[in-house]
Design a protein around this ligand. Structure first.
Ligand SMILES: [Cu+2]
Length: 526
């Protein structure tokens, strides 16, 4: 059979236009008066799409850009929304929420540390090497209530197993260095012993860096797949969502309106570290050779290698690498969150099967020596052969008491995996009969109390991209709050969304089975 052919074209809003809108917004009197004389930084610029409604495009053009600006003088965050293409006005609002630090802020913190009387000389003569730790910034409110933006910097001895490993905080407003009892903040550890691959310390991609591409997969004259892919840095969700797929169609019929991983967290046994609600927008370097076909997209003649394949943190590319692997087209990116290295991957098979994949790695850290539990939550916004007239069915063999092997799920519901019943779920078009069946992966683990659940079947509602939780170390906040979307609404013959969770136990002292999790989505009646 002929080889699969992949075409990748830039798609979506013009990055230059977005930049110029933000530049203009920062010059407006109402914004200037807020920032008058204040030391500040633009932390991120992200496009804002209108809520999808009936009649809207599947991937609507953004109407606004949102600039998140930190004001170090007044210790506050300003969120500035500016209209694109003559859409009205600029709004400025203030929040005390601390956005995640940018690469530039981390560099500023390291620079401030180099002037510290005690730590500066050790950094200067390379006895201590700075790295991005967890948590990435201080979130606890000080006793006097006065927030001071404090960026975490890990300092590890250049020679392994030497003393001196420490995680410190740096207050960006005045360069003050905050040291912690025990050498690390509460939710973290800096011990002599560290696990994980060597940290290459390469730069990462800041949030909002543009990059969308239209992808077409053909064989001969036949079009197999069409979709829009969004690089992690530009992905949607409170804290991004990895490689995000939009408007996925197989052989000309819609499958998924959107598919991504908006929720990701990790809990440690005995809370040795964390828990951490992670983020999924920060792209790290991995190995990918090929042609740069769209901003953040590289089309590769050979397989790209993430840290899980190469065993090295070092790389030459940040963004989404695309390559053909036999009968599959693979989209892959590597994400960083502190010392974690996460792999966001999609495999699209010529036969219509989609394999969403998520992988777990880490660079040198004391925390990751301790047993911990990663949880990844895919949001699969199905449009099987159309947006409406979808239903969700569950398969059990042996069947549940008094029922058939297949049964329809009538209302919004959370379900558990059950391998003893070969349990799987299917989204089916009630009018035309096409379906996609979600088959759980063998390594997808078990939900504990922190993991919350394995699968949720929901009615599509605007605004339910995720649970709205940003980075946190609060155990109650950090877990996935998906149950709040289960409120009895009918999921029969309508527009449905499936969330699917995988849970990975990471114990570096045990022989490990796979670091990669994920289900299979298999078409029928296509
Ligand atoms: Cu891990």
């Amino acid at each position: 059979m002929a080889q699969l052919k992949v075409k990748v074209e830039p798609w979506g809003p013009d990055p230059d236009e977005m930049d110029s809108v933000v530049d203009a917004a920062l010059e407006l009197p109402e914004v200037r008066s807020e920032l008058d004389g204040a030391e500040h930084r633009v932390l991120s610029v992200t496009p804002i799409e209108p809520d999808p409604g009936p009649g809207n495009e599947d991937v609507p053009d953004p109407t606004h850009v949102r600039a998140t600006v930190y004001d170090y003088t007044s210790e506050r965050t300003l969120v500035i929304d500016a209209g694109l293409q003559g859409q009205d006005g600029v709004t400025v609002r203030e929040t005390v929420k601390q956005p995640l630090p940018t690469a530039e802020e981390f560099d500023a913190a390291v620079e401030a540390l180099s002037h510290d009387a005690e730590l500066g000389p050790a950094l200067g003569n390379d006895q201590l090497v700075p790295y991005r730790p967890m948590p990435p910034l201080a979130l606890e409110e000080p006793e006097d209530g006065a927030v001071a933006r404090t960026i975490s910097v890990g300092l590890r001895p250049a020679v392994d197993d030497r003393d001196g490993h420490e995680i410190v905080g740096v207050r960006l407003a005045d360069g003050e260095v905050v040291r912690f009892d025990g050498g690390a903040p509460d939710a973290s550890l800096a011990e002599r012993h560290a696990c994980g691959v060597a940290n290459a310390g390469q730069r990462t991609t800041d949030r909002g860096t543009p990059g969308r591409a239209k992808i077409t997969v053909t064989r001969g004259s036949e079009t197999l797949w069409t979709l829009v892919a969004v690089r992690p840095a530009a992905s949607s969700g409170t804290v991004g969502s990895g490689v995000e797929l939009r408007r996925v169609a197989y052989r000309g019929k819609p499958v998924l309106r959107r598919a991504h991983v908006p929720i990701l967290n990790v809990r440690y046994r005995n809370d040795a570290c964390g828990p951490y609600r992670d983020w999924q927008y920060e792209e790290g370097m991995f190995k990918a050779a090929g042609a740069d076909v769209a901003p953040g997209f590289r089309l590769c003649p050979n397989k790209a290698e993430t840290v899980l394949e190469s065993g090295k943190d070092q790389g030459n590319f940040r963004g989404v690498a695309i390559y053909v692997d036999g009968e599959e087209v693979v989209l892959v990116s590597e994400l960083e969150a502190g010392w974690y290295r996460y792999i966001s991957r999609w495999r699209l098979h010529a036969d219509g099967t989609i394999s969403p994949r998520f992988g777990f790695g880490a660079v040198n850290s004391s925390c990751v020596c301790r047993k911990h539990f990663h949880h990844a939550y895919w949001r699969l916004d199905f449009d099987v052969a159309g947006r409406e007239h979808n239903e969700v069915r569950e398969f059990n063999d042996p069947p549940l008491a008094g029922g058939n092997k297949w049964r329809r799920l009538r209302n919004e519901i959370r379900r558990k995996r059950d391998a003893s019943r070969k349990r799987r779920w299917q989204v089916r078009n009630t009018q035309t009969g096409e379906s996609y069946t979600l088959i759980p992966g063998g390594n997808d683990g078990k939900a504990d109390a922190f993991g919350v659940g394995d699968m949720w079947a929901l009615r599509h509602r605007p605004g339910q991209i995720d649970d709205g939780v940003g980075f946190t170390t609060d155990p109650a906040e950090a877990r996935a709050h998906l149950n709040r979307f289960v409120n009895g609404e009918s999921i029969r013959d309508t527009d449905v969304v499936v969330w699917y969770a995988a849970h990975f136990t990471h114990d570096v002292h045990e022989h490990e089975v796979g670091h990669i999790v994920g289900p299979k989505l298999v078409p029928d009646g296509w």
